[in-house]
Design a protein around this ligand. Structure first.
Ligand code: 13P
Ligand code: SF4
Length: 311
């Protein structure tokens, strides 16, 4: 940990020098979570980005998160430690596909998951996250809703709200959560007898129906903290174990799949954000994320529509 502790010290000093904060997603490496001023899920971090007085925000997460923060904060410098940190979900929906669906269903409100590019967000009426999707969709007047790009989350929302959800595109998937099967779940249940199983709603419906709790990464932390149980199986990206260990140290967490068992356990994009890249981003002021004003304003309106519903 020697090399990491030097980097951690250096990053903490750089943050002071530049009046910067680091927002770290719950899936980040342990060291990255240690240098983060706030860790959280995608909704929480987007809101934190809007509330900070810092001049610089380093977004330790994948690119769409930094892009969202830049759109919401035109007057601040938002840095992405690695702008190549993509996401299979955001890659699965482009502006043309969304525009075609909008033409086919002109009266349906467009609800987009935050895991999308800012240009598709600019065409949305609401931007939701895993913690807010069900609440937002159920509050809409329309019984038909255009929703994308995660087909698993769409199935979950459809089941919870009883509305007709048109998936755009029809089969968007997160490469991590879409690989979970009932068989993997049964193996884990046998191995960790009595442990409570928490699942992320990007997982297939058969996983969600057979789990004990479904929620966003922050909701998992809350649930584990309040639960009377001591042991938990965690059906989401394996970096989440870092967040749970840091936030709920008195309990024990087992990943549904380990990195040894499956290359799918760790999101390769989340893994691209390292302490070294965070240090370099602060030293060299890179990579500055810029969103043109019109796109940013439209995406911001869609995010604020969601915030109004949530109150
Ligand atoms: P939340 O942290 O909002 O639950 O979402 C996780 C995610 O999909 C990031 O890839
Ligand atoms: Fe995208 Fe899935 Fe990786 Fe999250 S875990 S960034 S949804 S590919």
């Amino acid at each position: 940990f020697g090399m990491s502790s030097d980097l951690i010290k250096e990053i903490r000093e750089l943050k002071k020098e530049r009046n910067a904060i680091i927002l770290g997603h719950n899936y980040m490496d342990y060291g990255v979570q240690l240098v983060s001023d706030f860790t959280g899920d995608s909704y929480d971090l987007a809101v934190k980005a809007m509330k900070t007085d810092a001049d610089v925000i380093v977004f330790a997460g994948v690119y769409f998160m930094a892009e969202q923060a830049a759109a919401l904060n035109q007057n601040k410098t938002v840095l992405s430690p690695d702008p190549n940190a993509g996401c299979t979900l955001s890659d699965s929906l482009d502006v043309d596909t969304l525009s075609e669906f909008k033409k086919m269903y002109p009266d349906a409100p467009v609800v987009l998951y935050i895991n999308t590019s800012i240009y598709t967000k600019a065409l949305a009426d609401y931007i939701v996250t895993s913690s807010t999707a069900v609440k937002v969709v159920s509050s809409l007047d329309s019984d038909v809703v255009l929703f994308g790009p995660d087909a698993n989350l769409a199935n979950f929302v459809e089941k919870k709200t009883g509305k007709k959800i048109i998936k755009v595109p029809p089969n968007g998937r997160c490469m991590v959560h879409a690989s979970y099967t009932k068989q993997l779940m049964e193996v884990a249940r046998r191995k960790y007898k009595g442990a409570v199983l928490m699942a992320h709603p990007e997982s297939p419906l058969e996983i969600l129906e057979a789990s004990d709790f479904v929620g966003s990464t922050n909701q998992m932390i809350e649930f584990a903290r309040k639960s009377e149980s001591r042991d938990f199986i965690v059906a989401t990206e394996i970096g989440m174990i870092n967040a749970l260990k840091l936030q709920v140290p008195e309990k024990t967490f087992y990943p549904l799949v380990t990195t040894e068992a499956c290359g799918c356990a760790r999101c390769p994009y989340m893994a691209m954000v390292t302490l070294k890249k965070i240090r370099d981003s602060l030293v060299e002021n890179k990579h500055v994320v810029k969103v043109d004003l019109e796109t940013a304003e439209r995406a911001k309106r869609a995010f604020e529509n969601t915030m109004k519903i949530l109150g």
